[in-house]
Write a protein that binds this ligand. Structure first.
Ligand SMILES: *Cc1c(COP(=O)(O)O)cnc(C)c1O
Length: 234
């Protein structure tokens, strides 16, 4: 067994224990939480290691990288686009993607609708909300999220499945807690509206440094890269 294999297996074991404990603290079970292995910059060999360990959800933040790996990996798994998506790149992923986490504007939704209709697919998406208000972050402003969701609800080849956010990076993961709590509140508020064609089921929040806090605050999808694979080398 290679060193990489043991390293990844041990890291995943540790993460699964932490996910289970955090789920329990929030009155849920480990199975309620989807772990997305974030594979950006990670080579195919190491991606296959996590698939061997039972991971079926993979996250990429760049379209080109997703497409390249999709062809190489060639195994049954779900690909999540978690990074900023340019409208002119939607066409490259429309046949490949299981979920797009980063829908933050109507013109992007309209392009996804157009391409999805052509491909005969219904695409699951999350609306990305910039809860922290950081200028460097993509995502719709919290007060505009409801209106965007209502707009997307009218598009028949798109299904809104929930919300996503990225907390500002900090040494102290506790600083993410109010951001996660803020997204949960928007999630609940939108859910209460019972909008047709909207199914608020997924709350994608939490990364390597703050996923336990995200789960405590209601996340059921966590996006984890570094804690599985180690520091990325660009
Ligand atoms: C890279 C990335 C992650 C994973 O970050 P880690 O700190 O390596 O766990 C999660 N979400 C998004 C949107 C990312 O771009």
């Amino acid at each position: 067994m290679s060193e990489d294999y043991v390293y990844i297996r041990d890291n995943l074991g540790e993460i699964k224990r932490k996910v289970a404990a955090a789920a329990e603290r929030s009155g849920r079970k480990a199975e309620d939480i989807t772990i997305i292995a974030v594979t950006k910059t990670i080579d195919a060999d190491r991606i296959l290691r996590v698939i061997d360990e039972g991971i079926v959800n993979l996250g990429e933040n760049r379209v080109q990288e997703l497409c390249e790996k999709y062809d190489i990996i060639n195994r049954t798994c779900n690909w999540h686009l978690i990074g900023h998506l340019q409208t002119n790149k939607v066409k490259y992923i429309i046949e490949k993607i299981s979920m797009i986490h980063s829908v933050d504007r109507m013109d992007l939704a309209l392009e996804i609708q157009k391409r999805a209709e052509k491909a005969g697919r219904i695409i699951d998406i999350l609306v990305q909300v910039n809860v922290s208000g950081e200028k460097s972050k993509f995502g719709i402003a919290p007060e505009e999220a409801m209106e965007l969701v209502r707009g997307i609800a009218a598009l028949k080849n798109i299904k809104v499945r929930g919300l996503m956010t990225i907390a500002p990076y900090s040494e102290d993961p506790e600083t993410s807690r109010p951001v996660f709590r803020g997204l949960k509140k928007i999630f609940v508020d939108i859910g209460k509206e019972n909008i047709d064609n909207i199914d608020m089921g997924f709350l994608s929040m939490g990364m390597s440094n703050d996923f336990e806090i995200a789960i405590e605050e209601g996340a059921n999808m966590v996006r984890i890269g570094t804690s599985i694979f180690g520091q990325r080398h660009y």
